[in-house]
Design a protein around this ligand. Structure first.
Ligand code: R5P
Length: 318
């Protein structure tokens, strides 16, 4: 059943292009809100239209500048709650701090849980997100979470490449053991082979490849990861594929965080094409072999379904 006073979609400053694309698909104007910084760096939010009784969605990726983007989101929830919105959904295409999802040593925070706590406390009623670094982060929220996958968009792209080239020797490569389940899903859908890079993380910026499990020799390899941050993992995996005899190497991820040396590393690696989605804006970071696919349709359809209380998981059936 449609909610009583309709739907409004607002956006923070993290990804205005994606927010506009979602609104175009939903055929509604982007909600009017002013989100600015005071001279001392504090953030101020003013919702410029009446939202009493409205089903509100706030689109914000918590990509760099991570802390500002999180704060914008929390302040929006507080403002919307105090303005008597009927329901407030955080649409977080990329959820930052997700890699800190457990205590892997003493005296460290579980940052992904803290951010979830803050969002609930600030007034969000539900969350719509995509390709969380670890699916169990959904459980950090004591409110409903709809977790989408960019996979249909990404494998659709590689299915088309495969059709055009007629190449049968495709192998999906997981850049580490943690990604092997996702990679197996891709390999099934594309009827492709599967290989796994045995990787060890040396530091925040450096990784080391120990071995390759599976055959990449003579193959067109597609390395799939959830995110590229400094590019260390994906570039090491690409170099390993080359070393073990791959013909061509594509890399793909949902979240192009692209910080530090990522762009330079990817440009100078043996990578045919780097395929990413627009959960994070790429303005100013483009390079010739970068291909950006849009997840706006998926997010727009999920927003529509949430508003009309329709199944979101049905989006991924078949
Ligand atoms: C690791 O578990 C993740 O899936 C990514 O492989 C990693 O976080 C990417 O970071 P970077 O690009 O800095 O290696």
């Amino acid at each position: 059943m449609a909610r009583s006073k309709g739907i409004k979609v607002f956006a923070g400053n993290s990804n205005p292009a994606l927010a506009k694309a979602i609104c175009r698909i939903l055929e509604i104007p982007l909600g009017q809100a002013r989100i600015e910084k005071f001279p001392d760096g504090e953030i101020d939010v003013k919702i410029e239209e009446d939202i009493r009784g409205v089903d509100c969605f706030f689109i914000q990726s918590t990509c760099p500048p991570v802390n500002d983007n999180i704060m914008e989101m929390l302040l929006f929830a507080d403002a919307a709650h105090r303005a008597s919105a009927e329901r407030i959904t955080a649409v977080v295409p990329y959820y930052g701090y997700a890699r800190k999802d457990r205590k892997d040593e003493g005296r460290v925070p579980i940052s992904a849980k803290l951010v979830a706590n803050c969002m609930v406390q600030a007034g969000f009623d539900r969350v719509l997100t995509m390709d969380l670094h670890a699916a169990q982060i959904q459980g950090f929220f004591d409110i409903p979470v709809d977790h989408l996958y960019a996979a249909p968009v990404i494998y659709g792209y590689f299915r088309d490449i495969r059709k055009r080239s007629g190449d049968k020797n495709i192998t999906i490569v997981a850049p580490d053991v943690g990604r092997s389940k996702v990679a197996r899903g891709y390999s099934k859908r594309l009827s492709a082979g599967l290989a796994i890079v045995d990787k060890r993380r040396v530091s925040g910026e450096e990784t080391e490849v120990l071995d390759m499990i599976g055959k990449v020799e003579g193959q067109t390899c597609v390395i799939i990861d959830d995110m590229i941050a400094t590019g260390g993992s994906i570039v090491d995996a690409a170099k390993a594929c080359k070393k073990f005899g791959a013909n061509e190497i594509y890399v793909a991820c949902t979240h192009p965080v692209f910080c530090g040396p990522a762009v330079d590393r990817i440009k100078s690696a043996p990578i045919q094409e780097c395929v990413v989605t627009d959960t994070i804006p790429m303005e100013g970071k483009e390079f010739p072999t970068l291909r950006v696919l849009s997840v706006a349709e998926l997010l727009a359809e999920a927003i529509r379904r949430i508003h009309f209380s329709e199944s979101v998981s049905l989006l991924f059936k078949g």
